[in-house]
Design a protein around this ligand. Structure first.
Ligand code: NAI
Length: 662
């Protein structure tokens, strides 16, 4: 008896009059398709149904499509990963999925994946089990294996199937980097068989592929020879070297385990198929993967602070101040598709600021037309004539209360009633600026970090009198420009600078006490920080560090830091600081340090940061420990695989973090 396909909730299934079965994935109650338990169970119902219908000659082919406008399948459902507490449970959950994908591949009729938008992780693995993959050339279409970012690698047969189709170089590169490919690149790699201009062409192209009995060919012989001896060992050592540049094996084991798997079994994909699950399962239950999944959830929690419906659409952004920050904020917003006007007292500063965005646009846009469009969206507005048309106004002028107050006083009357009004100040309290306004509740802080393009976090500052609706609107804007918002209370240093300051100050004191900067930096990196505290201080600028330190009440009088600043040694930007800088890099004396010595020192170095994070939470700077961890990971790069400073403390057996209200 055929399985029941009429009562599916996450899929729509139909067979048309030409005998083509259409399986449309449209997960109930979700904006995106993720392959969770129920969609997979229902997929099995579909597969069984098609098997029976194909043997009755009632079906000539099967097409997988998405019912979501924005994407095909974003991957397996990460939320469900948490239910596994042992390798055996992981293996038990994966086996039936693997068997089902094999059944899809073994169907006697052509099976086509018709892809538009994101096709990631488990979604790509499902597509790879199909006989023919069609993707839209649309810019929104992206294919990839982001698993390494979650501390795992593809576990639904993606390792050997991608290598079979794309050859070891392209497939391993995709899996090891976790980066997403555009449709054209995926086609060139062999992960996709056919491209169509847009979503409207998918069904027709799928129908044609079925009529012609299309079947994707495995990678050509030349590519598959790369899997064999003697080339495989050469590839493997190159992959290890490339991976080592990006991630340490003790912190991020997943890519290294994938390379091991390829090294052991790459010559025979049948063996690789058998070995994938036992190599995958320990990663899934590892502490690293748990923490990286936690970071993923935290990023979702940050985005969830934004209201779904703003009541208006942000189209135009007006930035005042074309200095270091203002120009880059304006450039970032223009790159994100917004119309941006940039105002400054100095026409020269505006021109320089706009010209400086050239680099970002070139990096971001591949075609000349897209780059030209971004440039056209960013305009000079020396007199602030666009202010009244803006949906968001961000002030980033010099850090002086009188200047900011005068500016806001003048601005207020010109603003559209719905517009978001924000300051990028890093040290003046919102409560000090706001009294200049007739409606002080309107003002919020939107605090970007330098360099704007690289820093994923933006603090949204709630002043004592800021209206909640304005704060939420600020979060919506930050999310819309593809940054993570973190709501913080207006207080010196907000969250990120407040926790960084003691970490960096204590490290600088250690240098003064005679410890080598190289050793301190290496120890922090061994802990998992992206950059050591001394190199970070030199990179940020020692003058800025000194200033932030003063604002936060650190007595730097007579310190090495103060002396360096007094002799105009500002670090990277002046070529001399704690280090001497050559070609944008610090000159470091290489000395071998023992790993246990570094581990102990690394933990000691981050101690002041963790302690300050606890105090900031207790002071109510952020609402929850999770939000503090999220802010510190995305604002400072704090070792993501450790799950955040407060989580790390708790995991080490420290006291549970307390909120102000507790
Ligand atoms: P900057 O000194 O590089 O640029 C300030 C710009 O504002 C100058 O081009 C100046 O001509 C212009 N300006 C001054 N008064 C003006 C007015 N009344 N109307 C229009 N333009 C005026 O300053 P920077 O570093 O970009 O900082 C700007 C703001 O961003 C400050 O509030 C600062 O605290 C904050 N901030 C700075 C960060 C940094 O790393 N530099 C990081 C985060 C926030």
């Amino acid at each position: 008896m055929a399985a029941d396909v009429t009562s599916l909730r996450d899929w729509r299934f139909s067979i048309d009059d030409q005998g083509i079965a259409w399986a449309v994935f449209d997960r109930e109650g979700e904006s995106q398709n993720a392959l969770g338990r129920r969609p997979l169970e229902e997929l099995l119902v579909i597969v069984e149904h098609v098997e029976a219908a194909a043997s009755d000659k009632a079906v000539r082919g099967l097409v997988f499509l998405s019912g979501k406008p924005g994407g095909f399948i974003v991957g397996a459902d990460v939320r469900e990963f948490e239910q596994f507490s042992s390798e055996a449970e992981v293996i038990a959950a994966i086996r039936p999925v693997l068997a089902m994908l094999d059944r899809i591949e073994a169907l006697p009729v052509p099976v086509v994946a018709a892809i538009h938008g994101f096709c990631l992780g488990g979604g790509l693995e499902l597509a790879l089990a199909c006989h023919w993959r069609i993707a839209t050339r649309d810019d929104a279409t992206r294919l990839g294996f982001p698993e390494v970012r979650l501390g795992i690698f593809p576990g639904f047969g993606g390792t050997w199937r991608s290598i079979r189709q794309a050859g070891p170089v392209a497939a391993m590169q995709a899996m090891l980097s976790g980066s997403m490919l555009r449709a054209t690149a995926a086609r060139a790699a062999g992960l996709v068989d056919e491209l169509v201009p847009s979503q409207h062409n998918l069904a027709w192209a799928a129908r044609k592929a079925i009529a012609r009995g299309r079947r994707s060919k495995p990678a050509p012989l030349l590519k598959s020879m790369l899997r064999q001896f003697p080339i495989r060992p050469i590839l493997v050592s190159r992959m290890r070297a490339e991976t080592a540049k990006k991630a340490r094996s003790d912190h991020y084991p997943a890519p290294y385990r994938l390379i091991d798997l390829f090294e052991r079994t790459g010559g025979n994909l049948t063996t690789m198929k058998v070995e994938e699950t036992p190599a995958f399962a320990p990663l899934m239950v590892s502490e690293t993967s748990r923490n990286l999944r936690r970071v993923f959830r935290l990023s979702e929690a940050l985005k969830a602070q934004a209201p779904k419906d703003l009541g208006f659409t942000v189209r135009r952004v007006h930035v005042i101040g074309a200095g270091v920050m203002g120009a880059d904020i304006a450039g970032w917003c223009a790159a994100q598709g917004y119309e941006v006007s940039l105002q400054d007292l100095s026409g020269e500063a505006i021109d320089k600021g706009i010209a400086a965005q050239e680099k970002l646009f070139s990096r971001r846009f591949r075609t000349r037309a897209l780059k030209a469009a971004a440039k056209a969206r960013l305009i000079a507005d020396p007199r602030g004539e666009m202010t009244s048309r803006a949906d968001v106004v961000i002030e980033a002028v010099v850090e002086r209360l009188d200047v900011k107050q005068a500016l806001f006083r003048d601005l207020e009357a010109k603003l559209a009633p719905h517009a978001i009004l924000a300051t990028n100040t890093s040290s003046i309290m919102i409560e000090e600026i706001a009294p200049a306004l007739a409606d002080p509740g309107r003002l919020i802080g939107i605090h970007f970090f330098n360099p704007v393009a690289q820093m994923p976090l933006v603090e949204v500052i709630r002043g004592a009198g800021s209206r909640e609706a304005e704060v939420r609107k600020g979060c919506a804007f930050v999310t819309a420009i593809d940054k993570f918002p973190l709501i913080v209370k207006s207080a010196p240093g907000f969250l990120v600078n407040r926790v960084l300051a003691p970490y960096m100050m204590r490290a600088m004191e250690r240098v003064e006490a005679g410890e080598a900067p190289e050793k301190l930096d290496e120890a922090a990196r061994a802990f998992g920080m992206p950059m050591g505290p001394i190199e970070l201080a030199d990179t940020v600028g020692l003058d800025i560090c000194l200033n932030v330190g003063r604002i936060l009440g650190y007595d730097a009088e007579g310190s090495r830091l103060a002396k360096l600043v007094a002799s105009r040694k500002f670090g990277k930007k002046s070529g001399e600081g704690f280090y001497t800088w050559k070609d944008g890099k610090p000159v470091k004396a290489v000395r071998p340090y023992g790993s246990s010595e570094l581990a102990t020192l690394g933990k000691a170095l981050v101690e002041p940061l963790i302690a300050e994070a606890e105090r900031a939470l207790a002071d109510g700077i952020v609402e929850t420990a999770d939000l503090a961890d999220a802010g510190i990971i995305f604002g400072t790069g704090f070792a993501p695989f450790r799950g955040g400073p407060l989580h790390y403390r708790a995991a080490q057996g420290g006291a549970a973090p307390r909120k102000a209200s507790e």
